[in-house]
Ligand binder design. Sequence first.
Ligand code: HEM
Length: 525
Amino acid sequence: MQPLLLIASFVLAGSYVLYRTLRPKRSANPDGLLDPPSAFYPLPYFGCALAYGADPGKFGRENELRHGPIFATKMLGRKATFVTSAPVIAALYKNSKAAQHDPIRQEIPIRMFGIAPYAVQHERLPYDGFPLFDKALSFTSVKPLSAAFSQHFWKRLSGTDAFQKTLPGGTSTIRFTRFLFPLVFAATCEVFLGPRFDADGAYADFEVFDEQIFKFLAGVPPAMAPAAFRSRARVRDALSAYLTSAWTPDAGEEHGGFLADASPLLSELVGRFHGWKFATDDQAGHLLSIIWGFQPNLVWTIYWLFLHVLQDETRTARLRAEISTAMTGVFNSDLKQLLAAEPAVFERKEFALLSSALNETLRLCGSATSMRRVVEDFVITAASTKGQGEPTAYLLRKGEDAYAITRTVHMDPDLYENPETFQIDRFLAEDGTCTRKFYKNGKHVANNLMGWGGGVSKCAGRYYATHAVKLCVILMFHHFDIQHTHNCTFDGRQQTTAAVPDMDMSRIGMLTAKADVVLSLRRLV
Ligand code: HEM
């Protein structure tokens, strides 16, 4: 053991000396600008990848304490600059000309979804492909899609045993993720792809693929993750079969055909894929990326919102009261009116507590990182995290990657009191609306909540997702008395209080749970 320790000490000491010798000097630029302070991760090639990948929020927080809200290191062979405070993240988002998202969008899908490079890097994709989502999912255009979600989700929910085999007054017991996640998956697939895609058949493989997504992100070869690659291949095969059967040639259409029974958004997109001569398999890879974009974030948001509310009787009672009042006051106790509601209705004051609960869930249970490639040198000015002293100007250099870690802002105790605690009404202003403003060191922080990311890559689906989360919560509370059973976790441990499982901190986006829970649903209506 001792010789091993000795060798390890030599390697570490050697790495440190090398690092001190080779690291970029902070005042090397002739114009007096500083390089961001360097964080020390000596592992060759990987650099900070292990520490960052294990828990991006903790990685950001620890380095912020040591170096301030901007620091640089190496990750997977590239120089990476990380920004962690609200104003510096805002500055990074703002300069979308120098710090671009498109180069990242043209790399990651190759690894994650197995799309061939030509179909990810097609020159028209950033202009005629991705913007279709921004257009169809904007606040003013999203209504047909959100209304379709309401219909499909209700059809699925009312088809479960909790309705079909349980009369009002009766109770059923559900394992929460097993119950909820496939319903949301099927409903959203129906909204976007239509009924021809076998969502039920594809769900199990999709779930395995999603659970193993980090392996694709890290570029692990198929031999090291055979199950993940097999599942991904099966979902893509299902999507290819769907594309083959649903694509209907029609000379009268702009792109030579349409996707039968699908949303206009997907039909238009696939039409453009045909125009660009993408192989069916690569089209399927794109569809997989779209499904992956909506499913995990959406279902884990719903999951955490429910569990944090149910953990506390007062929270549950307050939210139940809001929903009950709105059911009569806004929807005249008519389910059809609820299902027909457009997203703007759920933004009203009558749903302020629900809006606040959603924001609090995004804050506490999300870990979004926005990635950018620096394509021209630019300067970011950073004040110290505590707001003392003169701000410092740092140079970000062409060719490096820049990462905005949002969880450091969401868990900042100077911005959010007791940041580890779920406070259902945290976002309520004094007038009862969900518009509270947040301050740090006496200054208003406009981008205090970045659960949807920000800048040019801000979640295009946020209005659809907000609608879907709220509808799901309202439908469930309206129909069921939901109890968070105390002996509920599936890891075999008995719980003495209503448990909220630990979060898997290694995820990017909404965090996942380390255990499922069992809930009892007593049917009310
Ligand atoms: C509560 C659920 C959701 C959360 C928390 C969420 C969050 C995010 C985040 C953090 C990003 C990356 C932002 C960045 O890099 O700065 C993103 C991107 C995106 N999301 Fe969502 N999302 C959710 C649901 C959805 C849904 C349901 C859809 C589609 C209907 C969707 C569509 C997209 C798209 C298209 C992008 C890429 C935007 C771009 O790169 O231009 N999201 N989302």
